[in-house]
Design a protein around this ligand. Structure first.
Ligand SMILES: [Zn+2]
Ligand SMILES: [Zn+2]
Length: 499
């Protein structure tokens, strides 16, 4: 088998990996793991059409496997469909429920307002989607002999041959909880030939079966709402993300206290607190934390009076799905439910739906001398409603901007983080905006595993991988993680994924 990367290999966005099985024979079968959009600096030098195009041959692709529905993992799906892809799309049950909403929103915001076109795309997507529960093995379609079209001839990505095994005749797939966002999973793909199942000889068996694990995005331990991921029992080849491959997060108590302190200080001058957040995942985690702080501070007027505004119809939709799938919550969240609390809902919470209301809220907040916390997308300030808030409020000294998620290079979020504290400026909606707001970052809310978690993910496997491919990270993060893995398993081949 071999693995080719069509994204999230030099950086963190555009996730799209291709696993080729039996690639040295005529009977190649390929599986795509994610098909995401490039964002921020990773789009530099490409026209928007180039970023979206499916530049690889899709003839031999037998299935698309979706790890989770962040846009940088699924955003190119409409283009894959447009290119003629007509094979099953496997996702966990929760991801399958969320995915059509995500794609519909992405099309509306970035591509077309034509509802017929959008509906046609969503219908195709729904037709191909196969919902799979966590922990269940599913047999993948595999090419067993009818002469298939010629194998890949050109691709923009490099090819790394891992080995040249005898033909695999069976491929199966299992999703395991990744603890990153609702429905997120890491993927185990088991390749085998009949020999492996009919013999008890371990040596033969090892030659004829191979397990590939794709981490997708792994959650951090002690993240709100979702349990942290458990390591796979075994991986022969592991393709792993490394967003925080060189960093460790602050502890959970610290970050909750930090959030409370920052908000309390920030609202003293009656200014707004802007929190850019992905509508899926981060927004719900923040609501969960705010409910907790409000519950614990019943006698503190700041917390009993503060308005918390989620300005995003999408976020409201997703919050609804988070409630629907509460069986996937962690024990702490379930305990709160059992106590009669509503971890994703409270009195001071307001949700803004229409664009008209969105503009009205901005004008209202600008005209009153009253604090409010606003949570809006996009999480890296690359567009969405948060941009309008930033354009209006970033130049006011009473404003506070609070980053709780990773800001990729080249995004407006990263620029505000970098230049804000130096009294710099940014361009938003083509306007030059001086940054007078106070800028804060709390790293403990990251939805990504930190270095410690990434090491443990491998350390806790019963059978060590013989090959680890590090993807989905900046160069420093990948290098640092590679070094840790080399120390951990000196015999393994550790490769930094490259295009
Ligand atoms: Zn993600
Ligand atoms: Zn990702």
């Amino acid at each position: 088998m071999q693995i080719i990367h069509h994204g999230a290999v030099n950086g963190v966005t555009g996730s799209c990996h291709q696993l080729d099985v039996n690639h040295h024979s005529k009977h190649i079968s390929s599986y795509l793991i994610d098909c995401g959009l490039f964002q921020g600096a990773e789009t530099a030098g490409q026209s928007s059409a180039e970023q979206l195009q499916i530049t690889f041959d899709i003839n031999n692709i037998k299935a698309l496997i979706v790890t989770h529905c962040h846009i940088d993992h699924v955003g190119r799906i409409p283009y894959l469909l447009a290119a003629g892809f007509n094979q099953p799309i496997y996702a966990t049950t929760a991801t399958a429920a969320l995915l059509p909403l995500v794609i519909e929103d992405a099309l509306k915001v970035g591509v077309t307002r034509d509802t017929t076109l959008i509906q046609a795309c969503i219908n195709r997507l729904n037709k191909l989607l196969v919902a799979v529960d966590y922990g269940q093995w599913i047999t993948l379609p595999i090419n067993l002999g009818e002469s298939s079209s010629s194998r890949l001839t050109s691709t923009t990505a490099g090819i790394n041959t891992l080995e040249n095994p005898p033909g695999y005749t069976k491929a199966k797939l299992k999703f395991k909880p990744a603890g990153h966002i609702l429905g997120s999973a890491y993927v185990e793909i088991d390749l085998s030939s009949p020999k492996a199942s009919s013999t008890s000889n371990a040596k033969t068996s090892a030659k004829t079966s191979h397990r590939v694990v794709f981490s997708g995005d792994l959650g951090a331990s002690y993240a709100p709402l979702l349990a942290s991921p458990k390591s796979p029992y075994r991986a022969d080849t592991l393709v792993i993300e490394s967003t925080y491959g060189d960093k460790n997060h602050q502890g959970r108590k610290d970050r909750s206290k930090q959030l409370k302190n920052i908000i309390e200080k920030a609202v003293k001058d009656n200014g707004v607190v802007l929190i850019p957040a992905f509508s899926i995942g981060r927004t719900q985690e923040l609501l969960y934390e705010f409910e907790h702080i409000i519950y614990r501070n019943k006698n503190n007027p700041i917390w009993q009076d503060i308005d918390i505004i989620v300005d995003s119809p999408m976020a409201a939709n997703f919050t609804q799905k988070y409630r629907q799938f509460k069986m996937l919550w962690d024990n702490e969240a379930k305990r709160k439910l059992a106590q009669g609390r509503h971890p994703l809902d409270f009195n001071q919470l307001t949700t803004i739906d229409s664009h008209q209301d969105h503009l009205a809220v901005i004008n209202y907040l600008d005209s009153v001398n009253k604090p409010a916390i606003i949570i809006a997308a996009s999480g890296m300030c690359t567009g969405g409603r948060i941009s309008n808030y930033l354009a209006r409020f970033l130049s006011k000294p009473t404003t506070d901007v609070l980053f709780v998620g990773y800001q990729a290079k080249g995004t407006t979020g990263r620029d505000i983080q970098t230049y804000g504290p130096q009294g710099g400026y940014v361009y938003i909606n083509e306007l030059k905006i001086d940054i007078k707001a106070t800028i804060h970052t709390i790293s403990g809310y990251s939805a990504h595993a930190d270095q410690h978690n990434l090491i443990n993910f491998v350390k806790r496997m019963h059978h060590n991988p013989s090959h680890i491919r590090i993807v989905h990270g900046d160069d420093e993060a990948k290098q640092a993680l590679a070094q840790e893995y080399r120390r951990l398993i000196p015999t393994a081949e550790i490769v930094i994924g490259k295009e």
